[in-house]
Design a protein around this ligand. Structure first.
Ligand code: SF4
Length: 234
């Protein structure tokens, strides 16, 4: 029996906010159904995965970085040398009562993946490697912190960073445990709307950024949307 909720992540929440119909085609229509649009990795995503994998191998297994990623060695070495337990590609999953559970458990409700985390007593650092252009959106950092406070009850402070690899810059936010209710208060309204849509099957075409949303939409690319406000151009 299917659940009365749909699991969500930062990227699913973002897609929902971009356009409900886009979300439906990518995440709700069953595999094999004519409405289904399978996720296609762009060249930029593939390049991002390469560097993610290289940093994971370096930090988790000590494997040297390939020459093209050598500029990131000082950063990787600093992570390795930092005190605390190191995690790479750590999957953190919560059920609807914010209890940690397995990533693929039927009760899995909220999922986050930390590219790299250092847990040191009551203090954590969580990093997300970014291989593209810099943008301002703290939602993913807030989700990292919120999920970490549940997964690691000993944490009092979570420092989070987008690491803009090509720019040698970071965007940092620090969160304290007492802010946890506020973090969820920011993140959950859209998730609640998504769950209502899931229960009612209401997926209107409502591109948040108009033609800009449609330009990067897989449903548009696949010719499955007759409400597109402009051509696909991703
Ligand atoms: S093409 Fe535009 S309106 Fe249609 S699903 Fe995609 S984002 Fe929504």
């Amino acid at each position: 029996m299917s659940a009365d909720f749909i699991a969500w992540s930062h990227s699913r929440r973002k897609t929902w906010m971009e356009c409900p119909k886009q979300f439906y085609h990518a995440n709700v229509a069953p595999k094999g159904h004519p409405d289904r649009v399978e996720f296609i990795q762009t060249a930029a995503m593939i390049a991002g995965n390469l560097v993610d994998d290289a940093l994971t191998q370096r930090i988790a297994k000590g494997k040297p970085l390939p020459p093209q990623f050598a500029p990131y060695e000082p950063m990787a070495a600093a992570v390795i040398a930092a005190p605390g337990a190191k995690y790479t590609q750590l999957k953190v999953t919560l059920d609807q009562s914010f209890k940690p559970c397995g990533y693929f458990d039927p009760q899995a409700w909220c999922r986050a993946v930390y590219d790299c985390a250092i847990i040191n007593g009551s203090h954590a650092f969580i990093f997300d490697w970014k291989n593209g252009q810099i943008w301002a959106d703290n939602d993913q950092l807030m989700l990292f912190a919120a999920t970490a406070f549940h997964q690691f009850p000993e944490l009092e402070v979570v420092e989070t960073s987008y690491v803009w690899l090509r720019h040698s810059l970071t965007s940092d936010e620090t969160y304290k445990r007492k802010e946890l209710p506020e973090l969820w208060a920011v993140l959950l309204p859209e998730v609640e709307q998504l769950q209502v849509a899931y229960r009612t099957g209401h997926w209107p075409a409502a591109p948040k950024r108009g033609a800009k949303s449609c330009k990067q939409c897989g449903a548009n690319q696949a010719g499955k949307c007759d409400k597109a406000q402009g051509p696909y151009g991703g």
